[in-house]
Design a protein around this ligand. Structure first.
Ligand code: ADP
Ligand code: MG
Length: 293
């Protein structure tokens, strides 16, 4: 009701905030194709990001009660460091990223950011702090500009162009007849998996959040583009707490810490060199990939 007492000019601002909040919900909803199960606690506080440390404490989770997916998962990502998560398909890697963004609530244990249990903070404040490039990006039925600017409505054209450059998507966008105003998504121009990934990467770069999550973010790209973007991700991640889910191990050898997930459990943890020396699952995966390419 407060808006009624404000001059007309500020209504625009209120409206824009509402629009972005709704878009956020819509995005969350469509990303998962599941109903929104998570609600703000009545006394939810605003997440205060001071450092950007992520901590999992004995986390259990299942999408259905009868099928547990994560079992007693504990790890931490110190502020400003990069944690890579590897493991076979179905191990629960994407599930980890969804729990940090709180698409779902854990069934046991806690997920903390800078010591605050994310179940007790508002979803809006949590999601403001996180930039996520999911495995399968869903774009809004709106212009490319809107899709990039989403998450940072104040971004200038120059900043948008720079982010698109870094994500190797600017030339493609500018080659389209309608350029930045091209409508994409189901009812617009359909982009390939790799193009969508690059839009999502540019969006995350533009958002500049304290926490970044990349979920096999370059899996649909050809290896030349992947290499170029990995370099960018490396630069971008440098200043943020980063969780990088990797399918190609060569892209994460430099991670501060690598976590090997198997059937929802952490089975190995360490640096690339430490894990190789273990001669365990990571070593086996590394050997296998060496011979693949
Ligand atoms: P990864 O990313 O390591 O390949 P996921 O985290 O996507 O693995 O999936 C872990 C397990 O959870 C898989 O067995 C998968 O089938 C199951 N799963 C993933 N998403 C859902 C969902 N929305 N509903 C039910 N089960 C799911
Ligand atoms: Mg996955």
């Amino acid at each position: 009701m407060l808006q009624l007492f404000l001059p007309l000019g500020s209504l625009g601002i209120v409206y824009r905030q509402v629009k972005y909040t709704l878009a956020d919900m819509d995005m969350v909803f469509r990303l998962l194709e599941t109903p929104q199960e998570v609600r703000d606690a009545p006394n939810a506080t605003e997440l205060q990001v001071t450092q950007g440390e992520i901590r999992f404490e004995h986390v259990d989770f299942g999408y259905q009660a009868e099928r547990q997916i994560l079992r007693g998962v504990s790890f931490s990502v110190p502020a400003g460091t990069k944690l890579a998560v590897v493991g076979h398909s179905g191990a629960g890697k994407s599930t980890l990223s969804r729990l940090i963004y709180r698409f779902y609530d854990v069934t046991g244990g806690r997920v903390l950011i800078d010591g605050q249990d994310i179940a007790h903070v508002s979803q809006a404040s949590l999601r403001k702090a996180i930039g996520i490039v999911p495995q399968d990006t869903v774009l809004f039925n709106d212009t490319i500009r809107y899709n990039l600017q989403y998450g940072n409505a104040q971004a200038t054209q120059a900043e948008i162009e720079r982010a698109a450059d870094m994500a190797q998507i600017r030339r493609f966008i500018e080659s389209l007849p309608d350029g930045w105003e091209t409508v994409v998504g189901e009812r617009g121009l359909k982009l390939s998996g790799g193009e969508k990934q690059r839009v999502a990467i540019a969006r995350a770069i533009l958002k500049q959040p304290p926490i970044l999550i990349f979920d096999e973010a370059t899996s649909s790209l050809d290896s030349a583009t992947e290499q170029a973007i990995q370099q960018t991700l490396h630069e971008v991640a440098g200043r943020h707490t980063t969780l990088m889910i990797a399918h190609r191990l060569s892209t994460i050898v430099d991670a501060d810490r690598i976590l090997v997930l198997d059937k929802g459990q952490v089975v190995e943890q360490g640096t690339h060199a430490e894990l190789l020396a273990l001669h365990g699952q990571y070593f086996a995966m590394w050997e296998l990939q060496l011979h693949e390419s």
